[in-house]
Ligand binder design. Structure first.
Ligand code: DUC
Ligand code: ZN
Ligand code: ZN
Length: 519
């Protein structure tokens, strides 16, 4: 007998919107069957989707939760609660190696302890590497890969985190052999540093200069360098939080040559521009003049709507593989949060310095509704007026937010799709045209952050019900969060499935088999 049957919805996969009438049957936390007229027993729970679309639980593959170096924001309890309320059943966060740690294992253990018993949704970790020792390469990465951590993140910028090209090269080689995915934050550190110093020398340290200091060319150069290193080492990589159209040209060119290069973006880059970085002197009547810091993230919000719209084209045309939140939850009104940007001089006078503001914005709960806002059913086709901005199809939405991250990060055996045999992680949206949509305000969200960068935006739809392994954990209209801390389980991941390109191709300017002499 089935535990749960969901009727009267439209199931969306990464390929299509399935015909109306198909029902989802759930047994023991898994999708047992998708079919017509499923039989209910006396104890079967029946849910009527009322004609709404049904998508797989969101897989948010880039979130910063309880990271040692980001101390003021969400805990696992509040971050994963917020994730769930926005339709996510899986979150991949970061375990960050400290520079003085020569091994990764104690670091990963610390992060396990933070999450265990506290998460509302399922979770896993990527490891941020900052100290590349022989132990890390030869022992820890293989050991982590076998315990289900099959991805690493590397930074090309930030003094405490950045790695040089040599380290990037050796990690990519090691990762390639293990089937580990390498995520890269690509910005040219020295270029950014020089511009920031020159801005400061002229007194230009107010929050809006943040975007001036990190031009698109800094992202573009580092992206091209990362792709070159990936090409020579024959390693698949994912460039995280890409916001610069000029940098995406390198990704597209690499993909056209069948290199396994992936790109990710985030909702803030898809809706917001750098004018948000201007502070208002009397914000909150505290006269701190630093509220622009709420929108400081790196890479920065870009200047023009034209650039923002270009990113939607790259979503629709397949350049991007993944949309994540990059939830980076610093409080605004906290001395170690965004207000760290207020610098008090010896005489007590205050100035603002964008260089010391923590980077990143919260967004784990708003990711899916913001992306869904610009989707269409392939049967209806995209909005057809000449001036309409680019929309993405509902299957593409599912691919970008659930199926692709599940496949790329080794979760395809349990997550990312509405298919028999996989976890019954299910999102039922509201029927379309629901009372004019949903207004995003910070008090309506479930994180522990005192602002949202999307305040006042209205979105078309919001997850109405969320099921985690068959358990109803979110009911927007009745009860809100129904799940508990500890419902979430650690996910041991398998090797990545390459979604783009073809590993093993000869690199530009290298002869056939040449790698064999040094690899
Ligand atoms: N990189 C991230 O991945 N998140 C927030 C800020 C940053 O620089
Ligand atoms: Zn980053
Ligand atoms: Zn991030």
């Amino acid at each position: 007998m089935l535990d749960l049957i969901i009727r009267n919805g439209r199931i969306v996969t990464a390929a299509e919107v399935l015909p109306a009438g198909l029902e989802i049957g759930v047994k023991n936390g898994k999708i047992a069957v998708i079919g017509l007229g499923l039989d209910a027993g006396p104890d079967t729970e029946i849910v009527d989707a009322e004609g709404a679309y049904i998508t797989p639980g969101g897989v948010d593959s880039h979130a910063h939760i309880e990271q040692d170096n980001a101390p003021t924001g969400d805990t696992w309890e509040t971050g994963s609660r917020s994730a769930l309320a926005g339709g996510n059943t899986t979150v991949l966060a970061f375990a960050s190696q400290r520079r003085d740690e020569t091994s990764l294992l104690p670091c990963v253990e610390r992060y396990h302890e933070k999450a265990q018993g506290n998460a509302y949704c399922d979770y896993g970790f990527h490891v941020i590497l900052t100290n590349v020792t022989d132990t890390v390469l030869d022992e820890d990465l293989p050991s982590l890969a076998s315990s289900g951590i099959t991805s690493v993140k590397l930074y090309m910028t930030y003094v405490p985190l950045r790695l040089g090209d040599g380290d990037l090269f050796s990690i990519m080689l090691a990762a390639r052999q293990l089937g580990v995915t390498t995520m890269i934050h690509a910005e040219n550190h020295d270029m950014v540093d020089q511009i920031a110093k020159r801005l400061a020398a002229r007194g230009n340290t107010q929050t809006h200069f943040h975007a001036v200091a990190r031009p698109q060319i800094a992202e573009s150069e580092a992206t091209y360098r990362a792709i070159s290193l990936a090409e020579v080492t024959d390693a698949p990589i994912l460039l995280v939080h890409m916001s610069a159209p000029v940098a995406l040209e390198h990704v597209r060119a690499a993909q056209a040559r069948l290199l396994p290069i992936h790109a990710e973006t985030c909702p803030h880059y898809l809706y917001l521009t750098s004018d948000k970085l201007h502070s208002t002197p009397d914000h909150d009547h505290d006269h701190d003049g630093v509220d622009g810091a709420m929108h400081i993230c790196a890479p920065p919000l870009r200047h023009n709507m034209r650039d923002v719209e270009q990113l939607w084209e790259e979503l629709a045309n397949g350049t991007y593989t993944v949309v994540s939140s990059d939830h980076a939850p610093s409080l605004y009104d906290h001395p170690d949060g965004k207000k760290r940007g207020i610098v008090t001089a010896e005489d007590g006078s205050k100035t603002v310095d964008f260089r010391v503001v923590p980077n990143g914005v919260p967004g784990i709960e708003t990711r899916l509704p913001l992306l869904y806002h610009r989707t269409y059913d392939p049967e209806d086709g995209p909005p057809s007026t000449e001036s309409a901005p680019v929309h993405i199809s509902l299957p593409r939405f599912v691919a970008l937010t659930s199926t692709n991250p599940a496949q790329l990060y080794g979760l395809a055996h349990c997550k990312g799709s509405l298919q028999p045999g996989l976890d019954a992680d299910i999102v039922i949206w509201h029927p379309e045209a629901h009372e004019g949509g949903f207004l995003i305000t910070n008090p309506s969200l479930h994180h522990r952050i005192d602002y949202t960068p999307f305040e006042g935006m209205r979105v078309r739809n919001w997850p109405r019900y969320v099921f985690l392994r068959g358990k109803r954990v979110w009911d927007r209209d009745s009860g809100g969060v129904l799940g508990q801390p500890g419902d979430g389980q650690y996910l041991a991941r398998t090797k990545s499935r390459i979604l783009t390109g073809q590993a093993g191709r000869t690199a530009t300017g290298m002869g056939y088999g040449e790698r064999g002499s040094w690899m």
